[in-house]
Design a protein around this ligand. Sequence first.
Ligand SMILES: Nc1ncnc2c1ncn2[C@@H]1O[C@H](COP(=O)(O)OP(=O)(O)OP(=O)(O)O)[C@@H](O)[C@H]1O
Ligand SMILES: C[C@H](N)[C@H](N)CCCCCC(=O)O
Ligand SMILES: [Mg+2]
Length: 218
Amino acid sequence: MSVTPKGVFVTGTDTEIGKTLVSAILTKAWNATYWKPFQTGLAEETGDTSTVTRLADVAPDHVVAPLCALQAPLSPFAAAELENTVIDVEKLQMPAGNGPFVVEGAGGLMVPVTPDSMMIDVVQRLDLPVVLVARSGLGTINHTLLSLEALRRRDIAIAGVVLSGLPNVKNARDIARFGKTQILFQVPRFENVTPQTIADFARSIPDFAKFFDDKPSQ
Ligand SMILES: Nc1ncnc2c1ncn2[C@@H]1O[C@H](COP(=O)(O)OP(=O)(O)OP(=O)(O)O)[C@@H](O)[C@H]1O
Ligand SMILES: C[C@H](N)[C@H](N)CCCCCC(=O)O
Ligand SMILES: [Mg+2]
């Protein structure tokens, strides 16, 4: 990539796949500003913004509050519907400031956000390269390749894939080969996910600008 982007959009092949963990790692590594525009499930959890703030030890001025904070553990569209609101994606724009920004989606790319738009439309609107988080183990190849294909159909820049869980050499090889992309890094299965775990792992991540110099988007 010739121009360093304003940040990355962290999406995943599914919910509960490790997007928040990877976002915490990138936020820590780059001293970035974290933003989760659409948070659902607050009736059952404290939300990803507080998790990343804790895990990456983020200063308050490096966190942007969600545009929508919804109670039900559902897609943003369905959760908003339960609260009799409709999300206004026209209001969505990148926050002011230099970044880099680590923007986390909710669920995967085809998750509904409004009656007629999905998370992938949000990615396109924000115009950030995508970091796609995927499980390392059996079953991941299909989900990952389908997600990459959906991104390419819309000409969305792909920074690469992050695999999370027990290392699987052949899955990593085949995702890179058939997905015509790169495995940016692999997150092992951590025994405990703590601020120290994140800080230690973040030291292995290249600087933001170097990350893109070394790894052109496709
Ligand atoms: N590599 C890993 N090692 C240990 N625990 C992990 C790993 N990856 C994810 N987890 C744990 O799995 C759970 C789900 O991960 P995470 O919250 O990052 O998912 P998510 O993709 O952000 O989900 P959501 O769609 O709700 O935002 C968390 O408790 C997280 O700490
Ligand atoms: C509540 C949960 N943790 C996520 N924030 C929302 C995931 C929506 C997934 C929708 C779907 O793909 O079925
Ligand atoms: Mg998350």
